[in-house]
Design a protein around this ligand. Structure first.
Ligand code: F3S
Length: 395
């Protein structure tokens, strides 16, 4: 693999021991994947941010690192809000460890924007090379924004943050971004009335079939929040890091992709609307959780208008980045007035909040997939409107 002067200097330890080790990680990764060189990344999103997932070993590893990041770097959602966590049902020994882990990352210069939707808080352009690690953020950046990132692990993302580089392989290379499997919906007319939750359900079904292939969807017209919901679910039920929706996602409009889509044959799968509908159930929930991935401004507006004048009758958690609050205080107060709790910077499945809560109702295909294994909870899928109605005790 070709290394430039800077790469070699870091590798020789001229920038300190931590960065030297980090460069070794990137070079090894590059060799495994036959990368020809390392390329610069515009930003990094670091996973391994919740103490629930990294444990003591992860905490002491992050504590052992030194040096500062050289590109804008953000953290994945953590296991609880950094402030005011006492008002939630968070065990204090977990909180202590979580805060220690968060400050270890902050010492490295990583911004405590702890979210799986970092794309709402920074400019990401088509063709940008990134090193992001949270699966829903990766699939959104690649598919909806047309940026380029592999699905990084915690250590490789951290290595990119501290060196500004990543090996050029996988989804950084245009020819590796072409669709490999095609999905059609048996009744595209019915899909016209789908909500974000239906697109999450589509993601669950398609992701399980696609595995780590790159899907192409035709005959549907999802908006950005629907694409977010669909991609997050596909990354959870499968390992999808990039998908295309014909005439909707940016790369399908490029002549090179258009030609490939029209001329090349690929496996085609028909998904029935009935398969999507079957995922919605009537179970009696014990709590409601929305905001997986973290809410967009538009989702916040819809939720605030649905909860306006209503009162929740069970724990109702809303997950969003702390940054979303700025400028949206009026929407926040409508939601809070209903008795719902807005939990900033926290991931619903890597927080003790959702652990063993019985049945949790959600509008997220990704949460629906992970709640049983990560939290020991039974999930119920519903639209945002249904989540609000049920959460407020209305049938
Ligand atoms: Fe975000 Fe956690 Fe869901 S990282 S996408 S809230 S599982």
């Amino acid at each position: 693999m070709e290394l430039d002067t800077y790469d070699k200097a870091v590798l020789n330890g001229e920038y300190g021991e931590t960065k030297q080790k980090m460069m070794e990680v990137l070079v090894s990764l590059g060799k495994i994947y036959d990368a020809e060189r390392l390329i610069e990344v515009k930003s990094v999103q670091v996973s391994g941010a919740s103490y629930k997932t990294v444990g003591e070993e992860g905490l002491s590893w992050v504590n052992s690192l030194s040096g500062k990041v050289v590109v804008p770097s953000f953290l994945n959602p953590i296991g609880m809000p950094r402030l005011d966590w006492e008002s939630l049902d968070i065990p204090s020994d977990f909180a202590k460890k979580q805060l220690e882990l968060t400050s270890a990352y902050a010492k490295l210069g990583i911004k405590l924007t702890c979210t799986c939707t970092p794309y709402y808080y920074q400019i990401v352009e088509r063709g940008d090379h990134l090193a992001w690690s949270e699966s829903s953020a990766v699939v959104y950046a690649n598919s909806v924004l047309g940026a380029r990132t592999n699905r990084e692990g915690g250590p490789s993302a951290l290595a990119s943050a501290l060196t500004g580089k990543t090996p050029e392989y996988g989804l950084h290379i245009v020819k590796n971004r072409l669709p490999q499997i095609e999905f059609h919906i048996d009744n595209p007319e019915a899909a016209k009335s789908w909500t974000n939750a239906h697109y999450g359900a589509l993601g669950i079904v398609a992701g399980a079939i696609a595995g780590n292939k790159i899907p192409l969807f035709t005959g549907i017209r999802p908006n950005r929040d629907m694409l977010k919901s669909m991609g997050a679910a596909m990354a959870a039920s499968g390992a999808v890091a990039l998908f295309h929706v014909n005439e909707i996602t940016p790369e399908t409009r490029f002549p090179f992709f258009k030609k490939h889509i029209e001329e090349d044959k690929r496996e085609t799968v028909i998904i029935e609307v009935a398969e999507i509908d079957e995922l919605f159930s009537e179970l009696e929930p014990d709590a409601v959780a929305v905001g997986c991935p973290h809410l967009s401004k538009e989702e916040l507006e819809s939720l605030a208008s649905l909860l306006d004048g209503r009162k929740v009758v069970m724990p109702f958690y809303v997950f969003a980045a702390e940054e979303l609050k700025r400028g949206n205080e009026a929407l926040y107060s409508k939601i809070l007035k209903s008795g719902a709790k807005i939990v900033p910077d926290t991931c619903m499945v890597v927080s003790p909040l959702a652990d063993h809560k019985g049945c949790i109702m959600t509008n997220s295909g990704k949460a629906f997939t992970y709640l049983p294994s990560m939290c020991g909870s039974i999930p119920r899928l519903g639209t945002l409107e249904e989540c609000v109605k049920v959460g407020c005790g209305e049938k």
